[in-house]
Design a protein around this ligand. Sequence first.
Ligand SMILES: Nc1ncnc2c1ncn2[C@@H]1O[C@H](COP(=O)(O)OP(=O)(O)O)[C@@H](O)[C@H]1O
Ligand SMILES: [Mg+2]
Length: 247
Amino acid sequence: MIAAEHLTKIFNADTSKQVCAVEKASFMVMPGEIFGLLGPNGAGKTTLLRMLGAILTPTSGYCSVDGIRTDEKPEQARRRIGFLSGNTRLYKRLRAREVLQYFGRLYGMEEARIAERIATLAAMLEAEAVLDRRCDALSTGETQKVSIARALLHEPQVLILDEPTLGLDIMTSRTILDFIRNAKERGHTIIFSTHTMTEAELLCDRIGLIHKGRILADGKKQQIYEQTGTGNLQDAFLAMVEGDILL
Ligand SMILES: Nc1ncnc2c1ncn2[C@@H]1O[C@H](COP(=O)(O)OP(=O)(O)O)[C@@H](O)[C@H]1O
Ligand SMILES: [Mg+2]
């Protein structure tokens, strides 16, 4: 459902401040899978997800979503994607429901469908009480829930979530992680980034470990443990970074 082929992003390519944020990342995410991109700050997670989401153009390599190349048909690809970025902003003066209605109309959805989707998503995210409050009065967790609802309003098959639980309290994180798990059960394909090992361990079918722009390994947890001779992701990650093991 998601395929990356030698995806590379070099920022400031023609200057002395050149940064290779992602280097030749290749991997696939199968339909109905949760793929976790795990790596420390600055590893290249956001850059990689933005390329997959058809928001950022790769320097080289390419990716596709549901067989659609993001470089060739970005609009078609985006229609299949719900993208939650770390810095999604809501319109402060609007109520949460109004923001969602606004985006529903942008997606070209019918009013009845918009109302239905808002109700469904708010229930799943335990955010009903938030809907009629102004966005500038929402907490970080409440804002995140509305942002997730916004990204998913048009029922995309593929969810790309950049650190969806960053900075949230345990209760809100739990709701969002449950929501991701349920989305898988409803048939969505999900890729999300995190720097929390336990989160990745709990939720993902497969994990990609990313460090300094390179995917050091990708596979089921058990495969990663076996390849590194470890029993948890933290040790596996350290073993790879220190031993510079490339699989
Ligand atoms: N727009 C940009 N211009 C220049 N460098 C960038 C830009 N965005 C990200 N980077 C750099 O690319 C690297 C990867 O960043 P990022 O993808 O945000 O990592 P992560 O999300 O894993 O923290 C970092 O070194 C970062 O400073
Ligand atoms: Mg990031």
